[in-house]
Design a protein around this ligand. Sequence first.
Ligand code: ADP
Length: 191
Amino acid sequence: MFNLILFGPPGSGKGTQSIKIAEKYNFAHISTGDIFRNEIKNKTELGLRVQGIIESGELVPDELLIELLQNAMRKFHGKAGFVLDGFPRTCQQAKDLDDLLDKSLDCVSLVLALEVNEEEVISRLLKRAQEQGRKDDTEDVIRNRMKVYHHQTTPLEEFYSKQGKFESLHGVGSIDDIFENLCRVIDKHLA
Ligand code: ADP
């Protein structure tokens, strides 16, 4: 199995690129943000529990994530790997993921980061707010999500660099050009 993590700040294009990567390489695409939005839409117990947290731009508690991920992973059969989008977001989640994969003698293969400056991501997210009306895309919440990202998620860069698994790419440009660059790095690791 090739287990890829797409890494980057909110609005860096992880969702868009993950879908394309999953399609091209026959990977299962798992977006924890999409899973939570679906739970909220369906007003499930989990959805009601996390709605306020997500709408304020904070992170859902780590202990809720690993089981959710495990369930999502179980649903896929016959895939060549996973592309994780929005997970892990904390060092604890990264450790939990390692433990989970370890049980099936598997591991994280590669972490690919999309580098996009803060000004650009904020303008993309504000545009998305107008188009899709996501409740966590208001300016205040966006700024909080960026703060949360810097405090809780950027330390993962060191976590995965130490394992020699971290590579970053310039994330500004056309969707197709960025996709091509991502594929080049994935192909190098698959070879
Ligand atoms: P973004 O576009 O900000 O990267 P996502 O769609 O990935 O957003 O996630 C939206 C929200 O869902 C996050 O701000 C957070 O509250 C919650 N969430 C998603 N994934 C995780 C995670 N791995 N750990 C904690 N909270 C998460």
